[in-house]
Design a protein around this ligand. Structure first.
Ligand SMILES: [Ca+2]
Ligand SMILES: [Ca+2]
Length: 100
């Protein structure tokens, strides 16, 4: 019986190890964020972002946001990390939640 139990324990350990390798722990959200930035972002929104980002540094600061009344109003909530700048990701998120 002890041999069977030992084999069972080993099988469980192998199964657990397999799960740890195959489960996308913590990577799921990251992949989603990457896809949103690089692939599935609506081209019109990306174009609008670059239009508002006048100095082309890849972020929208409050001065640039002032050219867009809607964005200026949503700036506080859109700026999720609170650095007073909107990255493309933050901009896309704010537009996504704002859309009807
Ligand atoms: Ca800028
Ligand atoms: Ca920010």
């Amino acid at each position: 019986m002890t041999t069977t139990q030992g084999l069972l324990s080993a099988a469980i350990l192998v199964a657990l190890a397999g799960c740890q390798n195959t489960l996308p722990f913590g990577d799921g959200a990251g992949s989603f964020e990457r896809a949103k930035r690089e692939g599935s972002a609506p081209p019109a929104l990306v174009a609008r972002f670059h239009q508002i980002d006048k100095n082309g540094d890849g972020v929208i600061d409050p001065t640039e946001a002032r050219s867009d009344a809607d964005l200026m109003g949503a700036f506080g909530t859109a700026d999720r990390d609170g650095d007073r700048q909107l990255s493309l990701e933050e901009f896309l998120d704010s537009q996504a939640t704002e859309a009807p």
